[in-house]
Unconditional design. Structure first.
Length: 228
């Protein structure tokens, strides 16, 4: 699971990052509002943790901006601003929860766990079949077609396809793929994942050299694009 932590106070940011990673989360950080918006754009996160008092853009502005583009991702505001008006403002702009500093570490981690569980459950879709272009994929039988051509998918191919399609038009990081497709017992190289993407292009692209659906984003991850 990926968490985006936006906090300008270095010591607090390091403490929160350390404890979240100890819980097994992948954590990406930013220290100001403009940097945060640049990172959020085009990436997938399971939870966003926002301080309110930030240089550049404040947490309220970031929260409002996120909600214009993504209604499902969980947002936890963490701030020293503890008035009821501050909490109401954050919730009105789309935050799912609000925690006042200084906070109890155990409570913080429990709130994080609860928000991630809620947002991932809401995001889950029983994707048994998917069509795009002249392609059809059945995730129950592991069978696919490209026009009249039949394709038998392996388990790993089906898992990776399903992940990319569920996150369509978003960049999915290599770390996220490792955790959810291969698990942490086996570490495929970047070349291994690239080979899967090349296979998908051969299976589903009309012109594999000029892919329309399956893309490798150098140094970042992989993306499936579709208007469906």
């Amino acid at each position: 699971m990926r968490i985006f932590l936006v906090e300008d106070e270095e010591q607090i940011r390091k403490m929160m990052k350390f404890n979240l990673e100890a819980e097994g989360y992948e954590v990406v950080t930013a220290s100001d509002g403009k940097e945060a918006l640049g990172i959020i754009d085009g990436q997938h996160f399971d939870l966003i943790i926002l301080d309110i008092m930030l240089p550049g853009l404040n947490g309220y502005q970031i929260c409002e901006n996120i909600r214009l583009r993504n209604e499902k991702v969980g947002i936890l505001m963490v701030s020293a601003k503890d008035s009821s008006q501050d909490r109401i403002m954050g919730l009105k702009l789309g935050a799912d929860d609000y925690l006042v500093k200084p906070f109890n570490l155990e409570e913080f981690l429990l709130r994080v766990n609860n928000l991630i569980k809620r947002s991932t459950e809401e995001a889950k879709v029983q994707l048994n079949e998917f069509q795009f272009g002249n392609n059809n994929i059945n995730f129950v039988t592991f069978e696919a077609t490209h026009g009249n051509k039949k394709i038998d998918l392996t388990n790993k191919e089906a898992l990776l396809l399903k992940m990319l399609i569920e996150r369509k038009n978003e960049v999915v990081s290599r770390q996220h793929i490792l955790q959810n497709v291969w698990g942490y017992d086996i570490y495929p190289s970047t070349r291994t994942i690239d080979n899967f993407i090349l296979s998908f292009r051969k299976y589903f692209e009309d012109d594999p050299r000029n892919p329309k659906y399956f893309h490798s984003i150098r140094g970042v991850g992989y993306k499936f694009t579709s208007e469906n």
